[in-house]
Design a protein around this ligand. Structure first.
Ligand code: PLP
Length: 391
């Protein structure tokens, strides 16, 4: 039988493939961005309680009511406009589903969807599954800055939506005021919908702050903000995300989500309230713990001979391997990533997998560091042996 043509326009996830290789070769998995430590105990207890007290059936399709109330309290000040719990919010099965629902809600067949690359793997499939045409807007090393001229050069009359993620996976960039101002101007000028993935909004370094692009002048009514709980609370397996849409688009997001999944898991949504209710010191301690992991990771990478980009936010770094003292330094990033996984025992992701634009991503790989510090030390020790593998 023949699979649908649209499914042939993208591959299975390379990140999940690298995780499979990591398991097969007993490598330390720094490929997929999930923690190897537990979520806050209060959040775990809240989930157990919710199941015990019988919160086990479907809930309102666009979200457990008390969770939406809490999200409204949290995001009204964050977005600088009233977020109505009954209108603007859709709780989804992770940001992954949130992005699909947002794209489904605004993209018609043939519409162009601009995607800032390197991009999270599901952006392009989301555009294609909605019948849209993905158009890459590549960022370049060494600084991966968002260049408005570059963006302007790919905008055509068919452009409908722009997808961006900040703090950014995989570069660790937190797009600054100048970059987002340039982007905002183009979004308004060309009547686009901006879809932002802000899943790393609480993981920031060196005193940086996160400003939701939806707060910028002219963007509130044309921005769909997507965020979630996977990263902030170390619960990637719970599948909790949320979409905050302006009034004109919110019902379309509700509908897309309803027919994709009905609702996100009810007891976990109930426990999500406990997560959002954690006191401020939790968020500060979480960010500080990531800063420590960043330091450990960056230290080993520098010592081993990688040129890695200092993350400003999120929990990844892009490492250029050209100057390593091994013949594999000349290999393609996929071959290098496979070699590092199988022979060195540290699984990473080739940067080429984050680009669809040809010619980008060679010569570097992504390291994810949401791991216990002892895991990072074990991985680091393996990386320091790279010199001994010289052939
Ligand atoms: C930018 C970005 N968006 C979305 C996701 C997935 O989020 P979720 O677990 O909420 O589906 C990830 C996970 O790595 C990510 O890096």
């Amino acid at each position: 039988m023949r699979a649908a043509a649209r499914m042939q326009q993208f591959e299975e996830s390379i990140i999940r493939e690298m995780t499979r290789h990591a398991m097969e070769h007993d490598a330390i998995n720094l490929s997929q961005g999930f923690p190897d430590f537990d979520p806050p105990q209060a959040v775990v207890e809240a989930a157990v309680d919710a199941i015990r007290r019988g919160e086990n059936q479907y809930t309102v399709t666009w979200g457990y009511p008390a969770l939406r109330e809490r999200l409204s309290e949290v995001y009204t000040p964050r977005l600088g406009r009233e977020i109505d719990p009954n209108l603007h919010i859709t709780v989804t099965c992770g940001v992954t589903e949130g992005i699909v629902a947002a794209v489904m809600a605004v993209v018609d067949p043939g519409d162009e969807v601009l995607i800032v690359e390197p991009a999270h793997e599901n952006f392009r499939p989301a555009a294609i599954m909605a019948g849209g045409v993905p158009v890459p807007v590549p960022l370049s090393p060494p600084d991966y800055r968002l260049d408005p001229e570059r963006l302007a050069s790919v905008i055509t009359p068919r452009a409908r939506a722009l997808l961006i993620n900040t703090p950014h996976n995989p570069t660790g960039r937190v797009f600054d005021d100048e970059e987002t101002a340039g982007l905002a101007e183009l979004v308004v000028k060309h009547d686009l919908v901006l879809i932002t993935d802000e899943i790393y909004e609480h993981i920031l370094y060196d005193g940086r702050t996160h400003l939701s692009p939806a707060r910028r002048e002219g963007l509130a009514e044309r921005t769909i903000t997507v965020s979630g709980m996977s990263k902030t609370f170390a619960i990637t397996g719970w599948r909790l995300g949320f979409v905050l849409a302006p009034t004109s688009l919110a019902v379309a997001v509700h509908k897309a989500h309803d027919y994709l999944t009905i609702c996100a898991p009810t007891p976990l949504q109930a426990a999500g309230i406990a997560a959002l209710n954690l006191p401020q010191p939790y968020f500060a301690a979480m960010a500080a713990a990531y800063a420590e992991r960043r330091e450990v990771m960056m230290g080993y990478l520098a010592e081993a001979g990688f040129q890695a980009l200092m993350p400003e936010g999120a929990y990844y770094t892009i490492a250029d391997y050209h100057s390593l003292p091994v013949e594999q330094a000349a290999w393609s990033s996929m071959d290098f990533a496979l070699w590092l996984t199988k022979e060195v025992g540290v699984a990473v992701v080739p940067m080429t997998s984050f680009y669809s634009a040809p010619g980008y991503g060679q010569g570097s790989v992504r390291f994810a560091f949401p791991k216990r510090v002892d895991t990072l030390h074990s991985a680091g020790r393996r990386l320091l042996e790279l010199g001994d593998l010289r052939r």
